[in-house]
Ligand binder design. Sequence first.
Ligand code: ARG
Ligand code: MN
Ligand code: MN
Length: 324
Amino acid sequence: MTSPSTITSRFLSNPHQLGVVAVGFNGGQCKKGVEAAPMALIESGLLDQLSDDLDYEVHHDGVVHYYEKDIPSDDPDFRGMLKPRAVSAVTEKLSSQVHNYAKDGKFVLTLGGDHSIAIGSVSGTAKAIRERLGREMAVIWVDAHADINTPESSDSGNIHGMPMAFLTRLAREEQRDVFGWMKDEHIVNTQKLVYIGLRDVDRGEKKILRDNGIKAFSMHDIDRHGIGRVVEMALAHIGNDTPIHLSFDVDALDPQWAPSTGTPVRGGLTLREGDFICEAVHETGNLIAMDLVEVNPSLEEKGASETIRAGCSLVRSALGDTLL
Ligand SMILES: NC(=[NH2+])NCCC[C@H](N)C(=O)O
Ligand SMILES: [Mn+2]
Ligand SMILES: [Mn+2]
């Protein structure tokens, strides 16, 4: 059963106003199907649950964006990146869509799509929070993967493995049509980034995390301390007075709970642990935005409805649904 939350974010001017952007984009990786996730999530009733059960006023243009006219036809590899101009163009557009909701003090929910779209969503909220509050926001990245490869450290060339590198400026490109549109206002401080759920981190990424002193809680840490203590430590790192953007990759969950995703990794979070993270972040009163990404209904089709259901549950939990 769902019921509206009494906790309202101190960083939102309209606590129960929710802006939704549905991003049907798959160009940050090579598997088709992830572009169908926003439609599948919406058709399963997610937005109705948020308005009817959790009392949000949902602002949504009623369409899934595929960004066809923004995507250039000629898009050769660049610095080893696959489809760099497509991802850049889509995330530039998304950044301004998200910024548009966030600048009015609305909560922003971005439904992907592969995780490359976080370049757009996170940059959009980071900019709005700087303008509205003169502050730097924090990012909690819940994922099996760190997604912080630079173009040079990446083995795959898939940009969904790189968003945090561009968002922190550990990777930078001047060329405007390859993320050169990103300005200082879009950037996230490495000290305000926290990972939860990591278990498949590339060698180059481990070095990046170490060299930059980035806070990360792996599945090993969760096994050792329990999810309650890990979330507490993650929130303590961020501090109690910082707006939070939660970027949730459904592959953070164990494939048992979320089989339909492009890069599943065994040994992940239970759905209950995933929901707990979202509930606890909601309870801080500091959450201003959430992404849900990497649901791919065309993979492991038997598990697609399970994966969609898990995704809906995570979003509801982050938006204040409680068990009691
Ligand atoms: N968002 C994701 N599922 N990312 C998976 C990334 C996998 C690998 N580290 C890469 O860079 O290609
Ligand atoms: Mn992942
Ligand atoms: Mn990811």
